[in-house]
Ligand binder design. Sequence first.
Ligand SMILES: [Zn+2]
Length: 373
Amino acid sequence: MSNFSFRLVANCSQTQARAGVFSTPHGIVETPRFMPVGTLANVKTVTPAQLEDTGAQMILSNTYHLHLQPGEKIVAGGGGLHKFMAWNGPMLTDSGGFQVFSLSEMRKITEEGVVFRSPHDGQMIKLTPEKSIEIQNILGADVIMAFDECPPYPATYQEVTAATDRTYRWLERCIMSHQRLDQALFPIVQGGVYLDLRTRAATDLAKLDMPGYAIGGVSVGEPPELMAQIVRTTAPLLPRNKPRYLMGVGTYREMVIAIAAGVDLFDCVIPTRWARHGTAMVQGERWNLKNAKFREDFAPIDETCHCYTCSNFSRAYVSHLVRSQEILAYTLLSIHNITELIRFTQAIRESILQNRFLTDFGHWMNDPEKDLE
Ligand SMILES: [Zn+2]
């Protein structure tokens, strides 16, 4: 897999935190790093040029959603995902596993795969490990994900054992059907909140020489302390010299806890979702721009932020746009929020390089008040 490499450039002397460089066919990703989510081949309300200015390196898109609309053949007709959406940087597609299990109704799970009803036209659609990989091969992202069974929370030990075992069998089928050397296939560690199942899954996956590894099935409703335990148990079992990606996690505190356990990559929809709710993320706080106190506040959202929004506009202006439900409000807040989370992970990376991670960011781990979720 010469198209991909992961080089560790610094290790924290007090935790498992590390700084690395993940090389892909479309460029590098300096880790730890937050990755913005572009579910339907766009990061909502933000153009690729604006996205590049946020400091985004790798972004996500979603197999389940793109298969339903517009369909992978149209994406291929448009020259593949990078060209179709005009993002020439590194990209990752989720396998659709999580979405099939969390979004679709009327689903039936068998050893072969999952059958579910399309929310668009009511047709029954079958997604199997082979089909998910075929779609992802056609879409053409740099990193593609194994098709997994993500059990809900709560679920019994027996249910999670069955899902974890099936995820491993499905991974073997994903590996067999994967066709492209310019795409890296990441397996996903499942195991719910059961640490022995997580340990077994991570140990089994670590034996396979994969180009990177993901921890999935977290942030599905379990208490934050359980998530922290899962990540602390799982991440150190994965190969040291491969990138580790914690799926669906991107709040400040959760990222610090996971980075301390040796995680490198994160994604989450919160910066864009909160933007659409008129919310700015400011150094660990959440500000509702509809609040009356911002109406005549002519300072930038964050004076320390160099994003396009903070360089050009005031809180009063963004507040006015939010109150008027102008679409530009969501663009400006998305630009700021994405920049903010990437800036946060960049600052952590810098602290790891200087061996100051625990000094500069340790307080996030001990203060549940800082948890935004
Ligand atoms: Zn800003």
